[in-house]
Design a binder for this molecule. Structure first.
Ligand code: CMC
Length: 428
């Protein structure tokens, strides 16, 4: 196959190099296009634009493939733990027993949050959405660890920032939940699994008898693994873009949290459960809601359906659907929301509107049902996604710096007014 592409503009031919990835993905390198031709490329929503070369995650939306550092998501979800996957994403290889134990220890030494962060939290209204608070508190870490502001820190110090954030995000998230619900936060316990400690900080403060079941720990590990990275999506691209200005790790991740919050991205998990509850309250008629989703005059979309890159199925949704059945039966929970979700899925998968547009359930269609079964309130669902996505964001931020990428700065086609003279206010 050719290693260059030919572009003909106004009868003149230009050669542009072709870049080939390890999975034979092909791109035309247009970085010299403007210098050669004065043209730019236009691709609203970056639907077909590669923003970087990355060795972290491979995704094939047509085939439904997702691999972290080459390892299939199905194997990682079944056999690995969230902390092991975090190590894999950030450092590029599966850890040895000693490496994993050391990484885990470093994270657990960093579970306590500064008193000042707790004080800032106490100033937020208890009704504040947890995602806004999470973003603010992560950004506030720059004040408590000012050395993190220097993008050219030695490797060990960058690593300190990394493990600190992985440790503290769970304590911050549990503190946010306890602040909104008026509950007492229990102190972090570094002697138990990362997910078990998170659940006990969430729910153990008011209940000294609280014990985290292994089924719950297993479910949470799986969910976090499935969310851990997803190449250049909206929040990850935000992290890379913010990081490209040499903003600190905490600032860049705080930006990622904000991007994730939107209902078209990570916020969909909260929207899905609210949609299922609304359908239930409305009498459970899924057909009526399918019709609403198809109606172009109705802004309603079937939340948890469709994906920018998966056009056959979302491999994460397949794993989550099976996990959801398993967890509900293990915990002895019967949830009508699950029946409605299954009905919606069945109806949508046979409806030409959804079939023609290749709209399938995505990772968020079932994740909310699991979070609900674990006792996590709806408004915390997207925070759970953020905890899961954190290692991916960190890995992408680290890679950006290791590859010494330039500051991100897209161009535009201007469609506004041509030059005109200022008009005084009384003459308008
Ligand atoms: N319900 C009804 N119609 C839909 C839906 C939906 N959920 N998603 C897409 N469509 C229609 C859309 O109206 C358009 O129709 P037409 O061609 O007639 O104008 C067509 O399908 C293509 O949609 P699009 O908005 O151009 O596709 P996109 O790639 O820009 O958007 C998406 C992808 C995920 C934002 C969108 O499918 C959506 O809004 N889904 C619901 C929100 C959701 O579940 N988001 C979570 C994504 S997974 C978690 C994550 O990784 O972020």
């Amino acid at each position: 196959m050719s290693d260059s592409a030919e572009l003909i503009i106004e009868g003149k031919s230009y050669k542009l190099p072709v870049v080939v990835g390890t999975e034979n993905e092909r791109a035309i390198d247009i970085s010299s296009l403007r210098a050669q031709t004065s043209y730019i490329t236009l691709d609203s929503g970056y639907k077909n634009t590669g923003a970087t070369k990355s060795a972290i995650t491979f995704l094939d939306g047509e085939e439904g493939i997702l691999r972290y550092r080459g390892y299939p998501i199905e194997q990682l979800a079944e056999k690995s733990s969230f902390i092991e996957v975090a190590y894999l994403l950030i450092y590029g290889k599966l850890p040895t027993t000693n490496e994993l134990a050391d990484f885990d220890k470093q994270i657990k030494e960093q579970l306590s949050i500064p008193e000042g962060v707790q004080k800032i939290l106490s100033g937020f209204p208890t009704t504040a959405h947890p995602m806004g608070v999470l973003s603010a508190l992560i950004s506030s870490l720059t004040a408590f660890y000012p050395e993190s502001l220097n993008p050219n820190q030695p490797k060990d110090e960058v690593n300190n920032n990394i493990v600190r954030l992985i440790g503290q995000i769970t304590t911050i998230a549990a503190a946010i939940h306890n602040h909104s619900s008026g509950s007492v936060s229990s102190a972090p316990n570094s002697n138990i699994d990362y997910c078990a400690n998170f659940m006990s900080m969430m729910f153990g403060g008011n209940n000294s008898e609280y014990e985290v079941s292994p089924v719950v720990v297993d479910a949470l590990n799986k969910l976090l693994i499935l969310h851990a990275d997803h190449e250049q999506n909206c929040s990850t691209s935000t992290v890379r873009l913010v990081g490209s200005s040499n903003a600190s790790l905490y600032t860049s991740i705080s930006g990622g949290v904000n991007a994730l919050w939107g209902p078209l991205h990570g916020g969909a998990n909260q929207e899905v459960i609210e949609m299922l509850e609304a359908i239930k309250a409305d009498g459970g008629n899924s057909k009526k809601w399918i019709e609403k989703a198809k109606d172009k005059n109705d802004p309603f979309r079937l939340m948890g359906f469709g994906h920018r890159v998966y056009k056959n199925f979302d491999p994460r949704a397949k794993i989550i659907k099976a996990a959801c059945d398993n967890i509900l039966s293990n915990l002895g929970i019967k949830d009508q929301a699950l029946d409605i979700a299954k009905e919606l899925e069945e109806a949508a998968l046979t409806d030409p509107y959804f079939v023609d547009r290749k709209l399938y359930p995505n990772v968020d269609f079932y994740s909310g049902i699991i979070y609900k079964a674990l006792g996590i309130p709806n408004e915390m669902f997207t925070v759970m996604f953020a905890i899961g996505r954190l290692p991916g964001w960190i890995a992408q931020w680290k890679e950006l710096h290791e590859q010494k990428e330039p500051i991100g700065r897209p161009r535009q086609i201007y469609t506004g007014e041509n030059e005109r003279d200022y008009v005084a206010i009384d003459a308008r």
